[in-house]
Design a protein around this ligand. Structure first.
Ligand code: SAM
Length: 289
């Protein structure tokens, strides 16, 4: 196993220089230096010995090495071809439990999922620009491993874990919490990365629910109604519904009927609506369809 000092900024910059490349801001490349944070992230996945684990954005392999150390069979998705070369030829060249998928994870994950199925766990220190999109895609397509742990920009982590009534309660919170119990585990300060990003990060864990909060038969309708409700946060639920897909599909009268059947006050804001009310509303639309 490659014994690289992942906690040393000078070792990281020497490695990059030796291989003739610089980090790219475009890909959100900030390497985790803190070994205690790395250990906590790896242990928060639970037992992964002998299990398939996907890692998105392995970089130079700080978390990958820990996953392999815990016995996981790791499939890593990395966009940076230079890092891929280091991972494949130096870091994990002799590691039969490591496989690398080179390219944009947003484009490659689906093919791996179709051929290899859902892994036991997915994790990653996700680049800020792709973090929320990547998680949303997995959830939308119902690629639902028992556990996922992500290091994300604090604001994205808060959106995933937020509760009704909070300003970060959003379609992403609803999408995630339909299938998962989401908890923020701990914060990581910018200084724990190299180079330090301007914003703090947070680690979130998603543990799959025994049963989703929304019946599969109305899931699509539920998500479409939620997307309408949150489309403009300052508007009332009534206006958002009428001006969205729901208005176009059901017409004004039936939208107002559904709100009334679900006992939802028309002129309130969607951020106050919890799962019970949102499900009631989707069911009300369902029975009008
Ligand atoms: N996991 C490493 C660590 O914690 O030190 C690196 C984390 S760094 C914040 C993000 C990593 O994701 C980089 O290696 C970057 O090249 C990679 N990356 C960015 N966009 C990606 C994408 N769309 N698909 C796959 N990897 C991506």
């Amino acid at each position: 196993m490659w014994d690289f000092p992942y906690d040393s900024p000078s070792a990281i910059s020497e490695l990059l220089e030796r291989n003739g490349f610089a980090m790219s801001k475009k890909f959100g490349q900030n390497f985790l230096l803190s070994s205690s944070a790395g250990d906590r992230i790896a242990s928060s996945l639970g037992s992964i010995d002998g299990q398939q684990v996907w890692e998105i954005g392995p970089g130079l392999g700080a978390l990958t090495a820990r996953l392999l150390g815990k016995g996981a069979l790791v499939t890593a998705f990395e966009i940076d071809h230079g890092f891929c070369r280091i991972l494949r030829e130096q870091a994990f060249a002799d590691e039969s439990r490591f496989s690398l998928v080179e390219g944009d994870a947003l484009k490659t994950w689906m093919g791996v999922w179709e051929s290899a199925g859902t892994p036991r766990a997915i994790c990653g220190n996700l680049p800020y620009n792709v973090g929320s999109i990547c998680i949303a895609r997995l959830l939308e397509h119902q690629c639902l491993p028992p556990v996922m742990v992500y290091t994300l920009q604090r604001e994205v982590a808060e959106r995933l874990a937020s509760e009704p009534g909070s300003k970060s309660w959003s379609t992403l919170s609803i999408l995630a919490q339909t299938d998962y119990v989401v908890e923020q585990l701990f914060m990581i300060k910018g200084g724990s990365f190299y180079p330090p990003p301007k914003v703090d990060s947070a680690v979130v864990r998603l543990v799959k629910r025994d049963a989703p909060l929304v019946d599969g038969r109305i899931r699509e309708l539920f998500l479409s109604v939620c997307s309408d409700l949150f489309s403009q946060r300052r508007k009332t639920v009534r206006n958002n519904l009428l001006q969205g897909e729901s208005g176009a599909r059901f017409g004004k009268e039936r939208c107002l009927q559904a709100l009334s059947d679900a006992h939802i006050v028309e002129n309130q804001r969607a951020e106050l609506l919890g799962f019970d009310e949102l499900v009631r509303l989707a069911n009300a639309f369902g029975s009008l369809a």
